[in-house]
Design a binder for this molecule. Structure first.
Ligand SMILES: [Cu+2]
Length: 123
């Protein structure tokens, strides 16, 4: 009797892991970056006051960094506390003229690590 219950449990575990495995491939997809502000390759005549990243599904942003062409890093003020968000807004102090790159890393809704980058110029 105990063996039958044990076998049943094993079969149930097998079936549920099967669905977890295939469900992850079929039902879920990566969250992806949709749009940013500034837009990628934007040329601005005034320093932006914020960075906005929008995703199609919630993304937990684990890293957000702003650097210029000299490799200097600039402060990015976040209030998201690394919660999964569709829209992340971060405040910036005015940056000098130059070429900038934003690098982000995140965890997609389906648990996959994601990353992206976009650039803009302040003239
Ligand atoms: Cu994924």
């Amino acid at each position: 009797m105990a063996n039958i219950l044990k076998n049943r449990l094993i079969i149930q575990l097998f079936i549920s892991s099967f669905f977890v495995f295939f469900g992850s491939g079929l039902g879920w997809a990566h969250s992806k970056q949709e749009t940013t502000t500034p837009a990628n390759n934007a040329v601005l005549y005034e320093a932006p006051s914020e960075l906005v990243l929008q995703f199609d599904k919630p993304m937990r942003i684990t890293r957000l960094a702003l650097s210029n062409q000299l490799g200097n890093d600039f402060e990015v003020r976040r209030t998201d506390q690394m919660k999964p968000l569709i829209k992340l807004v971060a405040q910036l102090d005015p940056v000098p003229k130059g070429e900038y790159k934003v690098d982000w890393r995140g965890l997609s809704e389906d648990g996959h690590p994601m990353k992206g980058t976009f650039s803009f110029t302040v003239k």
